[in-house]
Design a protein around this ligand. Structure first.
Ligand SMILES: [Zn+2]
Length: 314
């Protein structure tokens, strides 16, 4: 049996159950939850507990929290939320797109040491350990600031065997660049998932990625720019092409974010787009997939077997 790090300590992969592989409890900026929690709204912990309780009641057992330091990670909130709701939470280490200028010149090896410490010893002075590594690149491809992070994530993976998630920009086929660098670092691509892959409907590109051995995070639901139904059709096409055992669907949804006086997206609009939170896939996408002829066994595979295999390195 493989054991991985959850925010409440070691967790056997058999206990993962129904797992959403890319979500956020909080999305903010580095240090916000600790220093300015009022920006998340006075009742943010209550909203987190409510959201996770509903998820648990709806059959979600585990959530991978894709929130790095620069996205406002606060592992004490994650641990408390997991304790109060019974949802397993896996925290991540690595970096997203907000790489501060003062990190210029910090080497991949320096960064790898930090990530390894967060996997082996704990995060922010706690003994809460990371269970997954994350690196990110977006519309500009792998930038000079992001490359050391990507290489650091690769090196921390080689040292610890903890798997890798990549925030990627699928409409620009950025996964090609990211995988090339990981390959150069000697990473077995079966330990990697390329996320946000359902922001494109280019099945040829997605099959190319899958042929490299990696998993695909189909982890934006309902998402933007590509309709939810088009996302589901892409998933079905990949299942039909024989890749059902390498797909990891999720929402990339968050329970708490900055409550701005002039928000970019009003809370009502967010609600309208997704009134189901972490249960959107179960409530909206499952009926679509069943209608398209996808079996219960395949559905279970996507959310139970695939996450487990990903963490076990199968
Ligand atoms: Zn995300």
């Amino acid at each position: 049996m493989t054991t991985i790090n959850s925010v409440l300590g070691p967790l056997g992969t058999v206990a993962l159950g129904f797992t959403l592989m890319h979500e956020h409890i909080i999305v903010a900026s580095a240090g916000i939850p600790l220093n300015y929690p009022e920006l998340l709204g006075a009742d943010f912990m209550e909203r987190i507990v409510d959201g996770l309780t509903q998820a648990k009641e709806g059959g979600i057992d585990t959530i991978v929290d894709a929130t790095t330091l620069d996205l406002g990670r606060d592992v004490t909130v994650l641990a408390e939320a997991s304790r109060l709701t019974g949802v397993n939470i896996i925290a991540c280490t690595g970096w997203w797109l907000e790489i501060p200028r003062f990190l210029a010149g910090v080497s991949a090896d320096q960064l790898a040491e930090l990530f390894i410490r967060e996997i082996r010893e704990g995060i922010s002075g706690t003994d809460i350990k990371a269970g997954i590594l994350k690196s990110a690149s977006d519309i500009f491809g792998v930038t000079s600031a992001e490359e050391p992070v990507l290489r650091a994530v690769a090196r921390a993976h080689l040292e610890t065997k903890v798997p890798i998630m990549l925030h990627s920009y699928s409409p620009g086929r950025v996964g090609e660049q990211q995988l090339a660098i990981l390959k150069e670092e000697g990473v077995d691509l079966r330990r990697v998932k390329v996320d946000h892959s359902n922001d494109t409907t280019d099945v040829e590109y997605l099959v190319w990625l899958l042929e490299q051995g990696c998993y695909l995070g189909l982890d934006r639901y309902p998402g933007r720019n590509v309709s939810p139904l088009a996302r589901t059709k892409t998933m079905k096409a990949l299942i039909d092409a024989g890749y059902g055992d390498r797909l990891l669907p999720s929402h990339d949804w968050s329970l708490a974010q900055i409550e701005a006086e002039t928000p970019i997206m009003a809370e009502e609009e967010r609600e309208l787009r997704n009134p189901h939170g972490y249960l959107y896939i179960k409530k909206v996408v499952f009926p679509q997939l069943r209608e398209m002829g996808v079996t219960e066994e395949t559905l279970k595979g996507l959310f139970v077997n695939n996450p487990r295999n990903f963490f076990e390195g199968v």
